[in-house]
Design a protein. Structure first.
Length: 712
């Protein structure tokens, strides 16, 4: 059985001057490690390379290096242990050297080592990261060429999290900040030049002092295969056992959820230092491994959302279209597993019933659940009625024939006479009595994307003039984000429609680029526009059990599209401030809804705990952009999004523009708008005037609903 979490060992180089045989590897595995990271070649190879390099005197000539041969390699092929070995590429190569001879020789060595590792059946090779900020293109080109030359191997680029000296300013030591994102920046260039190769990932070195949180979460969005932990960064607990600081533990917990291999380094050296410094030595070399395994066993339990979304992280799903399609029972069953959503609905119906009170004439209050599914909201309404002591008569309106059959069974077995099941599209429903409280749950991940506005507009005519709709409103919210993983998976399918379609996705490897999520738009029910423009001709009479002023109401069976759907068109352009640079691959959408009064739902990460903690029914929505947009520090992203309709369908279009705020010399800022305007940041505007310079923009996605739309 495979372990839950892989821990490996990287032995000190001095122990690896001689080749490792299968016994050596298996002994490490029997010591409790899952993998051993081993340099592919050894000092014999290095000596030969340096002899050949020195023999060529012309600095313009790159000498030819032939592949390593026995005994220049550290292991031989052996299928029984290949899965336990991660190859390490020679640390002395310099793919980004400014000396063309060194760079050229290094590129040859990389290919030879990858090729030998692949021959031995290894899947991964760890390659040292670039050694300088410049020459990144040269480094990346060598990786790209090696990936092309050796088709089945995966490269792990070994990188520091940040430059030395970049520590979390909230920590005890506060050194002058260097450039917290510089290493990430280099990595971003490397993988961009390598065209987001799925065979390229990161091996991240855990530093003794952690960088700021923005850097930690940035790496969390990257494809990390290995987390390297030197035994030298461990502290000692009072009993003398090696432990990690609280901050490191917290970070490790976060990373353990995405399951990279942890490779322990310097174990022998750290153990010897502890023993010789007379630290309480209740430890041997295995203490570090035992500790990491222990941390894994005490991983904080997953949140309700993590449990619910297990297996779906970063997996793109097409949003449901419950109006066009008839949902399966299993899909309804998944909805019904969310206790929070139904508790909120019950609270909302209870609030509305309590405020309204029973009818003075003793007739029941008419409640309609429109889009009843398998009936959970009918059950909520009945419970709320009992608790509020307000008798109700409930309509369950559903257009899915299979769900209708299920509702009929529930009526017979559970609800009996005070519920009527109606099989119809709500937009053409003609009840015999007008409705006091209309309850619906037609919300999608972006609020209105399952056509709640259009369906509810179509049924609003059967609501009494003083009737209540639950939800009373919902709004859509969004924020620009970076997710190389989602971008790669969309890109690998290489289809235009995929780049122009919003997806529902349980986000994991994602970094939100802006500090603030913004509201796009809102829909309110009953729709004020329709209330003010209800010019439908009389065609149908219905009775009102409560005999109030709505007792003989006139309704029309037609949909409200007689007066068009333009009132459900929306557009917004929102500006987001970006502090730390990054790459925008798309934006994330959420929604909030006021069910009734102060009873609300939210999927926004910053308000969900306050409004509907542990609600799991909706994953966020992801709007991709077809070409990633790089944004520097102190930049701005403007997202424009439209909700459009042509009476047959509804669709979204979106585009993105990026700007950088550049300091301008001299007094006052450049206030010319449209092309350049003053900084949005008051602090910055006071200290130094800035000019807003356009950096780039995306194309308009999904024009005319060509690639994705919701059918009415
Ligand atoms: C998201 S499901 C919610 C079902 C249920 N209320 C629940 O909470 O489990 C939406 C339901 O509305 C139904 N529906 C969507 N549009 C409708 C329409 N125009 N008329 C009647 N039912 C509709 C769908 O068939 C589906 O059963």
């Amino acid at each position: 059985m495979s372990p839950l979490y892989y821990v490996g060992l990287q032995p000190e180089l001095s122990t690896l001057d001689t080749a490792i045989d299968s016994d050596g590897i298996l002994s490490v595995v029997t010591d409790g490690y899952d993998v051993l990271s081993v340099p592919i070649t050894n000092l014999h190879f290095r000596s030969r390379v340096s002899r050949i390099s020195q023999s060529v005197s012309d600095p313009a000539i790159v000498p030819h290096i032939s592949p390593p041969i026995y005994p220049e390699v550290n292991f031989a092929p052996n299928s029984t242990y290949a899965q336990h070995v991660l190859g390490i590429c020679a640390k002395w190569i310099e793919l980004d050297s400014t000396d063309p001879r060194i760079a050229g020789v290094s590129a040859q060595i990389l290919k030879h080592e990858l090729s030998y590792a692949s021959f031995c059946g290894l899947s991964y090779v760890i390659v040292p990261g670039p050694t300088r900020r410049n020459n990144v293109a040269l480094y990346a080109e060598s990786l790209n060429a090696a990936l092309a030359a050796v088709p089945y191997i995966n490269i792990i680029v070994h990188l520091a999290m940040a430059e030395t000296g970049v520590e979390d300013p909230s920590g005890p030591d506060v050194p002058a900040p260097v450039d917290a994102m510089s290493i990430w920046d280099i990595w971003n260039s490397v993988r961009t030049i390598c065209d987001y190769s799925s065979r390229l990932s990161v091996g991240l070195q855990l530093p003794p002092k952690l960088p700021p949180q923005t850097v930690v979460s940035r790496w969390f969005a990257e494809p990390i295969t290995v987390l390297f932990i030197s035994a030298n960064i461990f502290l000692s607990n009072p009993k003398g056992y090696p432990v990690l600081s609280k901050a490191h533990q917290f970070l490790l917990f976060k990373y353990m959820k995405i399951k990279p291999y942890t490779i322990l380094q310097d174990v022998r050296e750290a153990t010897q230092i502890r023993t010789s410094s007379k630290l309480p030595s209740k430890q041997d070399e295995s203490a570090y491994l035992i500790y990491i395994r222990h941390l894994h066993t005490i991983l904080p339990s997953p949140t309700a959302v993590e449990k619910f979304g297990r297996g779906y992280q970063d997996y793109l799903q097409n949003p449901l279209q419950p109006l066009r399609d008839n949902l399966e029972s299993g899909t309804y069953e998944v909805f019904e597993k969310d206790p929070v959503k139904y508790a909120q609905y019950e609270k909302a119906v209870f609030g509305a019933l309590s405020e309204r009170g029973p009818n003075p004439n003793g007739q029941p209050v008419i409640v309609a659940v429109v889009g009843a599914g398998r009936g959970p909201l009918i059950a909520c309404a009945l419970r709320a009625s009992e608790r509020a002591n307000v008798p109700i008569f409930a309509y369950a309106v559903e257009k899915n024939p299979n769900a209708y059959t299920y509702l009929l069974q529930r009526k017979e077995l559970q609800w009996q006479s005070n519920v009527e099941i109606v099989f119809t599209d709500m937009r053409s429903w003609s009840p015999t009595h007008k409705v006091d409280i209309m309850v619906s749950e037609l919300l999608g991940s972006f609020g209105d994307n399952e056509l709640s506005p259009e369906c509810l507009d179509g049924v609003q005519r059967v609501l009494k003039s003083n009737g209540i709709m639950i939800p009373q409103s919902y709004s859509s919210h969004f924020i620009p984000a970076m997710s190389p993983k989602i971008f790669s998976s969309i890109k690998s399918q290489n289809k235009e429609d995929i780049m122009n379609t919003p997806y529902v996705v349980m986000l994991q490897a994602v970094d939100l680029l802006a500090m603030e999520i913004k509201q796009a738009w809102e829909f309110r029910h009953p729709c004020p526009y329709l209330r003010a423009n209800s010019q439908w001709p009389a065609s149908h009479r219905i009775n009102d059990l409560s005999q109030n002023d709505d007792s003989t109401a006139t309704v029309k069976r037609d949909t409200p599209f007689d007066i068009g759907n333009e009132h459900n068109y929306r557009h917004v352009t929102a500006r987001f401030s970006i502090e730390s640079r990054g790459v925008m691959h798309g934006f994330v959408g959420y929604f909030e809804s006021v069910l009734y009064g102060d009873v609300e739902l939210s999927t926004r990460p910053d308000t969900i705990n306050k409004k509907s903690k542990d609600m799991v029914s909706w994953f966020p929505i992801w709007f991709p952009i077809s070409t990633p947009l790089y944004v520097p520090d102190d930049a701005e992203i403007e997202i424009s999004i439209w909700r459009k309709t042509d009476n047959r369908k509804v669709w979204y279009e979106w585009s993105v523009e990026t700007f950088v705020l550049v300091p301008v010399p001299g007094p006052g800022s450049d206030n010319r708008d449209s092309i350049a305007s003053a900084s949005a940041s008051p602090a910055r505007a006071i200290s130094s005037p800035t000019k807003r310079v356009r950096l780039g923009c995306s194309k308009l996605h999904n024009p005319g609903g060509k690639y994705s739309s919701m059918l009415l």
